[in-house]
Design a protein around this ligand. Structure first.
Ligand SMILES: [Zn+2]
Length: 394
């Protein structure tokens, strides 16, 4: 059963021995301080405006060079979720490929051996007219690697034609990360002098019908089960079932198969909460403690933290669990549960729990989480004076 992890998570809120501590004012105010949101004014806003203009110009140019890659730009990721900390140095955009995102343009073929990783079949007319070079086999499925490469090549050509605004240094570094093309620009600013800003652009195809086999379809409680739940719990499940699943999802090219992406749905959930809310503060705190340890960012990716956080929101939908006093128990409990799941090798994505989210580093994830828990405990014991106790990892 695909949903076993999701069920397991919901039904086994592991008791957290530290949860009753750390409710003091000094701990919660310190957490509110380190997890405060990025201000969206001044130079932060100037960076946002410049980055968005650049990305729009660039993707317009991509569409002029190759009409099959005309796209709709969708901001996604931590900056837009209100979960970025420190500096506005990372931006994510999806380039939703218009001609492939019409209803009926593509169909997906899922195989249980590859959870979350479909084959994409394109309508025969489109295959013959616009994508003959990218379609392989008699199945008329569109090759994710050829598609990704063709898009990247067009983007590289467009980069040579777009004028970079003077607020950036003239050179651009380009790299590839999973399904994304990463551009690194250097900001010429006052507050952020020579700040490297990385911009991830991911080509994506939209699908309107939420897949039947995700955990959300399988396990969000039915109306019958909703009876007797608190009003906030009921409304949270309704948000998931009635709003989030209506948003559709995307597939993005990773080699050798495509991958389902639910980032629009995830963003919708996170944006239900104000960026100063204790809920988002809790998530930003997890990132803050993780970022203390050089190298842990790739082991314990923001995506893993986001997944754990989405579960925490689902487990505790009531506001009474998210007062300032509860900030420490929530953060501690969330990291604790994440640690036990990673030890059991149960780290799946939120909507598709059978889809492993970080196989490469799986074995060392529990240690990265342990470092966060230790720093958190230190904060609880010492209050605002606490600093990281892992000099060798800083
Ligand atoms: Zn530390």
């Amino acid at each position: 059963m695909l949903s076993h992890v999701h069920d397991w998570r919901r039904e086994n809120p592991a008791p957290d021995p530290f949860a009753c501590f750390g409710k003091g004012i000094s701990v919660s105010s310190r957490l509110r301080e380190v997890g405060k949101p990025l201000q969206k004014d001044g130079e932060n806003q100037a960076i946002q405006v410049a980055v968005e203009k650049f990305v729009n110009d660039l993707l317009n140019c991509v569409g002029r060079l190759e009409s099959r890659f005309i796209s709709t730009v969708i901001p996604s990721g931590s900056f837009y979720e209100g979960t970025k900390i420190t500096a506005p140095n990372e931006f994510d955009f999806m380039a939703e490929i218009q001609v492939l995102s019409f209803r009926g343009a593509c169909t997906l073929h899922w195989h249980s051996a590859f959870p979350g990783r479909p084959l994409v079949k394109v309508h025969p007319f489109l295959a013959a007219t616009l994508f003959p070079d990218l379609v392989s086999g008699s199945a008329k499925s569109i090759s994710s690697s050829s598609f990704g490469n063709a898009f990247e090549k067009t983007l590289q050509n467009a980069l040579g034609m777009v004028i970079l605004p003077p607020c950036f240094e003239s050179s651009i570094r380009i790299g590839q990360k999973g399904p994304s093309i990463t551009l690194v620009l250097t900001w010429r600013g006052q507050k952020y002098k020579n700040l490297d800003i990385s911009i991830d652009i991911t080509p994506a195809i939209k699908f309107f019908h939420w897949p039947q086999w995700t955990d959300m379809s399988a396990t969000a409680p039915s109306v019958r089960k909703l009876r007797g739940l608190s009003a906030s719990r009921e409304s949270y499940y309704k948000l998931l079932k009635e709003q989030v699943t209506k948003l559709g999802f995307h597939v993005v090219p990773v080699s050798p198969l495509w991958r389902g992406s639910f980032s629009v749905a995830e963003m919708h959930i996170l944006r239900t909460f104000r960026s100063e809310s204790n809920r988002l503060t809790c998530y930003r705190c997890a990132k803050y403690f993780r970022d203390h340890h050089r190298g842990d960012k790739k082991v314990l990716s923001s995506y893993i933290l986001k997944t754990a956080f989405l579960f925490e929101l689902e487990r505790y939908p009531e506001d009474e669990f998210w007062t300032s006093e509860e900030l420490f128990p929530r953060l501690h409990g969330m990291m604790n549960r994440l640690q036990s799941e990673s030890k059991e090798e149960l780290l799946g994505s939120y909507f598709v729990s059978s889809f492993a989210i970080n196989e490469k580093w799986e074995a060392i994830i529990p240690y990265a989480i342990q470092r966060i828990l230790e720093d958190l405990n230190l904060l609880m014991l010492l209050g605002p004076e606490a600093r990281c106790c892992h000099q060798e990892y800083m």
